[in-house]
Design a protein around this ligand. Structure first.
Ligand code: FE2
Length: 152
């Protein structure tokens, strides 16, 4: 999710909803998990000029299904996207498909899991680690908040 203030949004998700920080990159992006056992992040908060949805993520059971999903969407005419690649934070394989509204749907496989009660030392990582370990170059339009409208 995009937000104008990552730190303030974190206060809400941590203080009111009880989520916990998994990893972050300064005040640019924060990844949060639940204390009862969850993926590395149920939600990530990314700095932008305002609120918005960047992507939803859909877990699939294998890297083959990440590739097959990508292939299916390309064949259906959805050629804009990013991947195949692997994230650093969460360490999942990914392929993002741009949807008709300008945000993305992510095929995801093998994200880190943080078990209930597990000590997870949240790190503050360099900005480049918030994107990927390997994969194609990040498309220019990838980090774009389609929900911020320009006043007429
Ligand atoms: Fe994601």
């Amino acid at each position: 999710m995009f937000t104008a203030d990552v730190d303030k949004a974190r206060e809400f998700y941590e203080g009111i909803l009880g989520l916990r920080l998994s990893d972050r990159s300064g005040s640019l992006i924060a990844f949060l998990h639940t204390p009862h056992g969850s993926d590395h992040h149920l939600i990530a908060l990314a700095k932008s000029g305002g609120g918005g949805l960047h992507h939803t993520s859909w877990c699939v059971p294998s890297i083959d299904e990440v590739g097959q999903g990508a292939q299916q969407m390309v064949r259906a005419g959805y050629r804009e996207g990013w991947g195949l690649g692997r994230h650093v934070l969460g360490s999942n394989y990914f392929y993002y498909v741009r949807d008709p509204w300008g945000s993305y749907a992510e095929y995801s496989f093998d994200i880190d899991y943080i078990a209930a009660g597990q000590e997870w030392p949240a790190g503050d990582h360099p900005a480049e680690d918030s994107l990927y370990a390997w994969g194609p170059d990040v498309p220019e339009e990838f980090v774009f908040n389609a929900e911020i409208t320009v006043p007429a």
